[in-house]
Ligand binder design. Structure first.
Ligand SMILES: Nc1ncnc2c1ncn2[C@@H]1O[C@H](COP(=O)(O)OP(=O)(O)OP(=O)(O)O)[C@@H](O)[C@H]1O
Length: 446
């Protein structure tokens, strides 16, 4: 049976790919599903302007897509917050639906697409995948907490949802809660404002599995960290499974309390690194199959060769090729893919010269962390890579000196000038350094 949450998630997923990010953000992200009864979906939109646009443009698109995919007609009605929900027959219902706004999200639903079945295992994520599966099968037993870390768009969220799905499949009564760290923080703050802290605690502590995504956003949030510390302890003591994700290791998250850092290390921390070409091709093939697209193998290889770090971008590229083929009414071929991705490559080239990328490459090359490059440590093993990264940022980007200083943890522009001079000078004398910087330059321009 199709329910409101599943249907809405489906609509969001589909249109996130079909619409441009700005369209998606403006029209879909601002809307909320209200009711789904008798094949009629009521959606609350932000304003009369939104409603009119929905009527004219969004509803016909969604309806067409839904009837194609579900082989049934779904009527969609858009209303503004001031308008009466047409499906609401009794006043009592109002109080059920529009309960106090204090704790708006009870349970962020899991994304149906993010399962173990749809996850392609390769070198970069093998360990993370195995740990995820172990935790899903035996929650609270092996690795508690399980901590995923790694770059953007590499499948951390996907694996977290997969754990949730698997656990529910094994035990449909399991209480699974997935939130981003920001939702956790918002819920916590709202609970204080509305004096519902007890309710908040019940919600977060009476679960069998708590998944908290992107916990790097806890940095700086002192009160939230305090509350999370107690949530963590309560769950841990009850042997309930905790799974966390971040773009870096716990001890690299700025301003994360030491006691949280040490607790996060109690279990297993496992990183996810960018997939190799073979894995990228396999991911694309899976995606093409799931979306019922027919894409020749050499075209999949071509697309996989174009984007080598972020799987979200990789999937986006495939969708772009598909949309381009549809628009120009041509079959998907490698040359068509090359045409479709041309502008993307332009953007990529620009992005390759971003300071963040320079920092990333330099950090990896010298086996230090990006946090160290941005930090204040004065040991030589960090100072030299930091100065090299600043030098390259000055040489290879158009960024101003203050901007570069800012990107290095808020340093003064004179520090950047000093670093640049120092390395420029050293390069005239030190052949080894010259070689290293040459290699870095090369890797940044490839
Ligand atoms: N191994 C994989 N197999 C199939 N799909 C994958 C794999 N890894 C990532 N994806 C897909 O790539 C997209 C991005 O993944 P996800 O959102 O999980 O990344 P993330 O690491 O959580 O990123 P962020 O740091 O931005 O939160 C998703 O659509 C996901 O399904």
């Amino acid at each position: 049976m199709l329910d409101l949450e599943t249907l809405w998630q489906y609509i969001r997923d589909t249109f996130k790919q079909d619409f441009s990010p700005i369209t998606f953000k403006t029209w879909i992200e601002t809307a909320h599903p209200v009711h789904f009864t008798d094949n009629t979906l009521v959606v609350e939109v932000a304003s009369p302007l939104h409603r009119d646009y929905w009527k004219q443009s969004i509803i016909p698109e969604i309806s067409a897509k839904l009837s194609e995919m579900l082989a049934t007609t779904i009527t969609i009605v858009a209303i503004t917050p001031d308008e009466q929900d047409p499906l609401e027959k009794t006043p009592e219902k109002t109080s059920v639906q529009v309960s106090s706004p204090a704790l708006p999200r009870k349970n962020s639903p899991l994304n149906d697409k993010y399962t173990f079945e749809s996850f392609v295992v390769g070198k970069g994520n093998q360990l993370a995948h195995a740990a995820a599966l172990a935790v899903a099968e035996e929650p609270g037993l092996f690795y508690n907490p399980l901590f995923f870390y790694g770059g953007v768009g590499l499948g951390k969220t996907h694996l977290m949802h997969a754990i949730g799905h698997q656990m529910l499949q094994n035990n449909p009564n399991a209480r699974v809660k997935y939130v981003t760290s920001e939702s956790f923080a918002n819920d916590f703050i709202n609970s204080i404002k509305s004096k519902r802290q007890e309710e908040f605690r019940q919600e977060y502590r009476n679960v069998d599995l708590l998944l908290v995504d992107d916990i790097q956003f806890f940095s700086d949030k002192v009160g939230t960290q305090e509350e999370f510390f107690h949530t963590f302890n309560a769950l841990y003591d009850e042997k309930k499974q905790i799974v966390l994700s971040s773009d870096r290791l716990p001890n690299e998250i700025p301003k994360l309390q030491q006691r949280l850092v040490s607790r996060f290390k109690w279990g297993l921390s496992v990183d996810i690194t960018p997939p190799d070409l073979e894995t990228r091709i396999a991911i694309l093939r899976n995606k093409a199959e799931a979306e019922l697209l027919s894409v020749p193998d050499d075209t999949l290889s071509y697309i996989a060769g174009q984007i080598d770090s972020n799987i979200r971008e990789l999937e986006g590229a495939l969708m772009r090729v598909q949309a381009y083929a549809k628009m120009t009414k041509q079959p998907v071929t490698t040359s068509l893919a090359a045409e479709a991705l041309q502008s993307l490559n332009g953007q990529k080239a620009k992005k390759e010269l971003s300071i963040a990328l320079i920092q990333d490459k330099v950090a990896k090359y010298y086996h230090v962390s990006v946090a160290d490059l941005k930090g204040k440590k004065r040991v030589k093993t960090i100072v030299v890579p930091r100065q090299i990264a600043m030098y390259l940022a000055r040489e290879l980007t158009d960024a101003s000196l203050p901007k570069i200083g800012n990107e290095f943890g808020g340093k003064d522009h004179t520090t950047v000038i000093h670093a640049h001079e120092k390395i420029a000078e050293a390069l005239t004398q030190d052949d080894e350094l010259k070689k290293e910087v040459g290699k870095l330059r090369e890797s940044l321009s490839s």
